[in-house]
Design a protein around this ligand. Structure first.
Ligand code: NDP
Length: 456
């Protein structure tokens, strides 16, 4: 884990000391350290131009969550045994709007993971321009292998504590790893039951028939493909006809495959935590959806049923497959320096993050040095949360928009985010550096709001 690395020598001393201090205050949270360091590495030129942001201690304030909740979740499994999990909600920053960010149910979840995701979410949400603050939550509960009834009882127990901290003007969770439409349904049902309120805007990712937005399920994957196409377009290139590799086979991955195919690319791979599938004819999306969404199966089942063109590779790295475009869409730190070197050697032109922080800092550096277009998750996967904000808007107006309208808004937001990151990078002398552009633009938007609001 890269958290032990020294502060970047390119930073001014005061920023290095500040970074060390922030990390010292959050021991044992390597992913949070990585996320903080990655943002701080972009900010030195901002403080040169705007010293008032340093005096007002914006970095110190931003790195400290407004509120961190940890709670016990007790529930009963199908065999009548008592189970105990830990729940989290980090309400990181509400300068621009209610806390907004997903819930993750995965055995790896701990406070450091939730803080890294919440910290990233502040800047990502600012970039959307849609008036949403940053937060994230979840639990170390593992939904894999659990029955529907067990997942429901867990969600009910989780919401029985969390509900008191939520509200459409306060904190609005959504899904993330392990939390999809089924879980949002159980969570919303319990919230409604406890509060006796039909408060549609308290959760996003709801079902279409009861307050959900068209295209929310598709939005993160679609958005990342649109962002990738925009990066290529800026370089006078096109996504159509390109070979694409995708990791993961969950919500983000499935709709990444769908949109990439719709724009004329050929998608060769998907994966899960046990292996990957390489399909020489291109992924058969209908079969994949049947296995993943209907049967809740694995990508190995896909390879078995697809026949000749597909093979399943246990373990191994999906990044070994030669392609023009790589779209990591599973989890953090899944694409390291070794994988980046292989991708570059194989001639990759663009890498864009559907997942949150899937690329290690060393790998990002290699891509940038090699001139590969690199889309950081904060910008590239913001389509999901942007569409959540559109869902909140529809809920506030008791309205429901057609698919085409939401998709059009999503495309507009993704173009705006791309332009903002691109132009900001240019303005600060880092042309083509979307990492710097996204970090600086997000930081300036939140900082300006905090400055205007006094000592908050
Ligand atoms: P899902 O739970 O739907 O899918 C996650 C996928 O990633 C599964 O294929 C899973 O495989 C794989 N995966 C999870 N953990 C690991 C691991 N430790 N190693 C290897 N593979 C793993 O989640 P989402 O698709 O919603 O989320 C994927 C990523 O996108 C996450 O980083 C999330 O934070 C990010 N994201 C999601 C958004 C959304 O709208 N859902 C919005 C923005 C970002 P397996 O089944 O084997 O666990």
């Amino acid at each position: 884990m890269p958290s032990a690395a020294p502060a970047s020598a390119r930073q001014p001393l005061w920023l290095q000391e500040l970074e060390a201090d922030i990390l010292r205050r959050s021991p044992g949270e390597p992913e949070f350290h990585q996320a903080v360091r990655e943002v701080l590495e972009s900010l030195a030129p901002v403080f040169e131009r705007r010293p008032e942001l340093r005096t007002a201690k914006l970095v110190e304030r931003l790195a400290e969550p407004e509120r961190q909740l940890m709670f016990r979740v007790v529930w009963q499994d199908d065999r009548g045994r008592v189970q105990v999990n830990r729940g989290y909600r980090v309400e990181f920053n509400s300068a621009l709007g209610p806390y907004k960010g997903g819930l993750r149910f995965h055995p790896s979840v701990n406070l450091g993971i939730v803080k890294f995701l919440g910290f990233e979410q502040i800047f990502k949400n600012a970039l959307t321009g849609l008036g949403i603050g940053g937060g994230k939550g979840g639990s170390d509960f593992d939904p894999r292998g659990r029955s529907d009834a067990e997942v429901m009882r867990f969600c009910q127990a989780f919401m029985t504590e969390l509900y008191r901290h939520l509200g459409e003007h306060t904190d609005v969770p959504a899904g993330d790893i392990g939390v999809g439409g089924r879980e949002i349904g159980y969570l919303f049902g319990q919230y409604r039951r406890i509060t006796n309120r039909w408060e549609a805007g308290v959760l996003t990712g709801k079902g279409i028939g009861w307050g959900g937005s068209q295209a929310r399920t598709e939005a993160t994957g679609y958005g990342n493909v649109l962002f990738t196409a925009e990066m290529l377009r800026t370089r006078g290139e096109d996504l159509a006809g390109r070979q694409v590799i995708v990791s993961g086979s969950g919500n983000v991955a499935l709709y990444t495959v769908e949109k990439a195919q719709a724009l004329g690319a050929q998608v060769l791979t998907v994966s899960d935590s046990t292996g990957y599938v390489l399909d020489d004819k291109g992924i058969d999306l209908e079969l994949l959806r049947q296995i993943k969404e209907v049967e809740r199966g694995r990508v190995s089942d896909y390879a078995e049923r697809r026949g000749g063109s597909a093979r399943y590779v246990t373990g191994g790295s999906v990044w070994d497959v030669p392609a023009d475009v790589a779209l990591p869409s599973a989890t953090q730190n899944e694409l390291d320096e070794r994988a980046a070197a292989v991708l570059i050697r194989n001639g990759v032109k663009a890498v864009s993050e559907g997942a949150n922080m899937p690329t290690t800092p060393g790998a990002v550096r290699l891509f940038q040095e090699a001139g590969v277009a690199f889309g950081p998750g904060k910008a590239a996967n913001a389509g999901g949360v942007a569409t959540s904000a559109l869902e909140m808007r529809q809920n506030a107006g008791r309205d429901s928009w057609e698919f085409a309208r939401v998709e059009e808004e999503l495309a507009r937001v993704m173009r705006d985010i791309h332009a903002t990151a691109f132009e900001t990078a240019d303005r600060y002398g880092r042309p083509g550096d979307y990492v710097a552009g996204a970090n600086i633009a997000g930081f300036e938007r939140v900082s300006d709001a905090m400055l205007a609001q006094g000592l908050v």
